[in-house]
Design a protein around this ligand. Sequence first.
Ligand SMILES: Nc1ncnc2c1ncn2[C@@H]1O[C@H](COP(=O)(O)OP(=O)(O)O)[C@@H](O)[C@H]1O
Ligand SMILES: [Mg+2]
Length: 240
Amino acid sequence: MSGTLRLEGMTVSRGAGPVVRDVTIDIPPGKVTALLGPNGAGKSSLVLAVGGVLPSKGKVLADGVDLHGKRPERIRAAGVAIVPEGRRMLRGLTVADNLEVACYALSREDARAGRAHALELFPELEKRLDALAGSLSGGEQQMLVLAQALVSRPKWLLVDELSLGLAPVVVKRLVPTLRTVAESGVGVLLIEQFAHVALGVAEDAYVMDRGRIHFSGAASELREHPELLHSSYLQAGNAA
Ligand SMILES: Nc1ncnc2c1ncn2[C@@H]1O[C@H](COP(=O)(O)OP(=O)(O)O)[C@@H](O)[C@H]1O
Ligand SMILES: [Mg+2]
């Protein structure tokens, strides 16, 4: 489909051997796609490889253009924004400065528009602009890293473990915003260890275990047939 980010035949090796094996995933525009799988499945390794920070084999086709092997800045400039696991930010800097840093590659005009767009999605951050990022709550930190990814108006947004460590009420606040982002035409990949959160918002879903895709199809199929998730450690419905 036009505007799709297609990860094709991705293999990622770490340490002893491959932790992602021949994985193909489509992230179409305007939709939320869920990537589910237990701890250690290879989800984070896959996104790090897509972002150009882990070596891999395969293709990263951004609307047909292969970004595989390109530098992280080039991948980001092509419209692929990644929010890695762990809510990484400059904790000793203010929220405003963290947003500024995220705008480094943008023109002044794009930076202003991108920042306004991000703050519209997360008005909570507007009040915290002068606060040190390290003093934010977990939910506010997740908003900040999402805002940082969104200032460049990406075509695709890959979010690794949105809900990890956050209270259910905070997750409930964040998930509809991802839907809003998708509805604006962005292709969203929501990576979650806990199936429940992602299946509530996704149209398409993939289940990954031990480096391989074991299911791909409609998220509704997994909602209606949770046994398809079959790995008990996916803890469907057990979190948030
Ligand atoms: N820094 C690392 N060095 C070597 N192996 C790693 C490293 N990080 C993760 N791994 C291994 O890669 C595999 C996949 O991990 P990861 O991509 O983090 O999975 P997930 O995000 O699905 O939990 C696991 O077997 C894990 O032990
Ligand atoms: Mg992970």
